[in-house]
Design a protein. Structure first.
Length: 139
């Protein structure tokens, strides 16, 4: 699987009676078996304020690659896909429970994430051999 792009953004209200401004969307675009797919993860924006609870990151942007900053919302969909490879067949994931959201970040090897964004930044994409490379194995 080739990871081509990871990005996140805050939703803005399209109409005054909607609640889009309470949510963020994170997307990961990848190619598998010659087919390009995108997983859209919609989650409660409040979780962005809590990421220190379930990641080793202390501030946003969480990764600095010199001329490119990676924000927490840019990596949410990637982490979800790594943690649950079954999401490859889905287009959308909606998370509104803090414990469910936090569970995706449990046992993730955060030291390997900059490598993914570095490869994407260089327009090569990241060749994912196995999602297990990103999961910390307990001994």
């Amino acid at each position: 699987m080739l990871i081509k792009e990871c990005k996140g953004y805050e939703l803005e209200k399209e109409k005054s009676n909607t609640s889009e401004d309470f949510f963020n969307r994170s997307e990961v675009t990848f190619v598998e078996n010659g087919q390009e797919k995108t997983l859209h993860v919609l989650y409660v924006r409040y979780f962005d304020e809590l990421f220190q609870e379930f990641t080793p990151y202390n501030q946003d942007p969480v990764i600095n690659l010199g001329n490119h900053d990676v924000y927490f919302k840019d990596l949410v969909a990637l982490v979800c896909l790594l943690k649950n490879p079954g999401l490859r067949s889905r287009k959308r994931l909606y998370i509104n429970a803090k414990n469910e959201f936090a569970s995706y970040f449990q046992d993730i090897n955060f030291n390997k994430l900059p490598e993914v964004f570095q490869c994407i930044q260089q327009n090569k994409g990241f060749e994912l051999i196995s999602p297990l490379e990103f999961i910390l194995q307990s001994h």
